[in-house]
Design a protein. Structure first.
Lengths: 278, 307
């Protein structure tokens, strides 16, 4: 093989250079226009003062970072139960025995109801409602009931994702496994679920990113996490810069996760042989 | 050949990065010069207005709608500040004060129009949907950097509400309150009062509104909530069965004094006019009379001392 590029390779390289040039120029034009035009708007000075105040940022950032640790903890202890509950609900929905109809019905009602109520309402209903039944101080803790709410709501979403993954595994896989003498549960455990989970990694990551932000809703029933701390700081300084700072802290967590989800998606596309059409 | 896709991705990123960096540098210059060119005209017009108006009654005509004074309050507005959530009746302390001030400014009856805003809307930059806003806004220097405050029309003490049998009950000094789990509304002086003056051993819980604090009291998640005294008396007397006002703190207890003022747009031409009206009402004793009429039931409670 000669090292000289073929005509086709030269042509493709030229096309790529052209793409890069166009992308660069259009990006410069768009970003440049934004940077020039936004400060020209009549309210820019006020917006800058209210949202991008350096002193307020420096004053509030450490406290916000501190408060964010509570978000991370809620996220960490809520995720395993979400996966466990959603898997159980998805499996319950996939049972086929007529005797188990009540189980299937329960699974349908669970997903319909808990997915249909906005998380913010669930947080209030469960976070204030359940402890008001007369629980002791320890068990009335809003962190417990806030986390329970997240688990209920997100497991309903995740169960649907898992169910879709299970249904995306071709019926012939089950048939093959059963014909080899595997039991129904063996088939599910060793043949269907591994394939299903490979398919649903990207949507699961997506849901995880969404959960990272919804954790902040727990603050509505008392605990001071980053969103609430930002609200307190906002009221103290009458300035929205703490919200900008909190957004940056959230992004530091969510961007790596979304990149990871994109990467998983791209890898899956490559594996399943889907080609990119420009 | 393998490098090209990577390059293709990286070059725009570098380009954007360089642009942003360059822009950040020039941004300061640009806005600096914009400040330089704009600021003098701003201050010039501002100072002419304030010299026009600041001298005596003020310029009361520059409202957002000609000939009409638009006053904002909360949604919903609570007793005893506004009775039955209807500020147009003049019933309720803030409604009565608003009409008295409006009359003093030369707007009577139909010339007063009501609107509703949240706290956030009132401190956002940009045009305002109201001429003045009252919903128990406490006057603080930090807030005053973004908005105008009128002179105060009311001073409220902080007070503690607890369920009967709570560990906060019978407290005589702040030292008795160290082990109490507190709750308060976000952004209120009540919350600052807990963290700055009471300094309890457990972190307080924080809620969007008083309703959240009430729900938490009933859910046994907190021992006591801190409100301004009128709200505390109303909450314990009407809203939560079995709750009591454990006590109130004297005005000199520390923290920010809870003085309520009207909120106006930053550098509003109306501020001097509102101030003038409040001064007249204070000196004539009319403001005292309104306070007596609507708030007299809301000032009695045992006093808790701060060491």
């Amino acid at each position: 093989m000669s090292d000289r590029p073929t005509r086709r390779e030269r042509y493709e390289r030229a096309r790529r250079r052209r793409s890069v040039a166009i992308a660069t120029v259009s990006t410069i034009v768009v970003v440049g226009a934004l940077i020039i035009l936004i400060p020209l708007t009549p309210g820019w000075d006020r917006v800058r003062q209210a949202f991008f105040d350096g002193d307020v940022f420096i004053d509030t950032f450490p406290g916000l970072l501190d408060a964010f640790w509570l978000d991370v903890r809620i996220l960490l202890w809520s995720t395993p139960p979400i996966l466990a509950v959603s898997l159980m609900i998805a499996l319950a929905r996939n049972t086929r025995s007529p005797a188990l109809f009540p189980l299937r019905a329960f699974a349908v009602i669970y997903t319909d109801v808990l997915r249909g109520i906005p998380v913010i309402l669930l947080v209030f209903l469960i976070g204030f409602g359940v402890p008001a039944l007369g629980l002791s101080r320890t068990w009335a803790n809003p962190l417990i009931w806030g986390s329970v709410t997240l688990v209920l709501s997100y497991s309903a979403y995740t169960a649907e994702i898992i169910r879709a993954g299970i249904e995306a595994v071709h019926e012939s896989q089950r048939a093959g496994a059963r014909s080899l003498g595997m039991t129904s549960s063996q088939t599910m455990r060793t043949i269907v679920l591994p394939q299903a989970f490979r398919k649903i990694v990207p949507p699961l990551m997506n849901t995880f990113v969404s959960l990272q932000k919804d954790v902040a809703l727990v603050s509505l029933i008392g605990p001071v996490e980053i969103l609430r701390q930002a609200g307190i700081d906002k009221a103290t300084y009458a300035n929205f810069t703490p919200y900008v700072a909190a957004s940056l802290i959230f992004l530091a967590l969510t961007i790596p996760c979304t990149r990871l989800a994109d990467w998983a998606l791209a890898r899956q596309r490559a594996r399943t042989g889907a080609t990119t059409i420009a | 050949m393998r490098r090209s896709p990577v390059l293709r991705r990286i070059i725009p990123v570098i380009a954007v990065g360089a642009l942003v960096l360059a822009a950040c540098g020039s941004d300061d210059d640009a806005s600096g010069s914009a400040d330089g060119t704009l600021a003098p005209t701003d201050t010039a017009s501002g100072s002419t207005e304030s010299t026009d108006s600041g001298s005596d009654a003020g310029d009361c005509s520059s409202t957002i709608d000609d000939g009409v004074l638009t006053i904002a309050t909360g949604e919903p507005a609570f007793f005893p500040w506004v009775i039955d959530d209807d500020p147009t009746t003049g019933q309720g302390f803030e409604s009565a004060v608003a009409y008295a001030v409006a009359t003093e400014m030369g707007y009577e009856g139909d010339a007063v129009v009501w609107t509703r805003t949240t706290f956030d809307e009132a401190i956002q930059p940009g045009a305002k949907s109201f001429d003045m806003n009252l919903q128990q806004y406490t006057i603080t220097p930090e807030r005053a950097e973004n908005i105008d405050f009128s002179l105060p029309y009311f001073t409220a003490n902080q007070a503690i509400v607890a369920l009967e049998g709570s560990s906060a009950e019978g407290a005589a000094t702040v030292a008795d309150l160290k082990d109490v789990k507190f709750g308060a509304q976000v952004g209120t002086t009540s919350l600052a009062f807990i963290t700055d003056v009471i300094q309890p051993n457990q972190e307080p819980f924080v809620y969007d509104d008083n309703v959240g604090a009430k729900a938490a009291l009933e859910a046994n998640q907190i021992d006591a909530a801190v409100f301004d005294l009128p709200t505390a008396l109303f909450v314990s007397g009407v809203e939560i069965e079995g709750s009591v006002v454990v006590g109130q703190f004297p005005a000199d207890a520390g923290g920010d004094t809870d003085q309520f003022g009207f909120v106006l747009e930053k550098d509003s031409a109306l501020t001097a006019c509102v101030d003038a009206a409040i001064t007249v009402l204070t000196e004539s004793g009319e403001l005292d009379a309104i306070t007596q009429e609507w708030m007299s039931d809301f000032t009695g409670a045992p006093v808790i001392t701060v060491e």
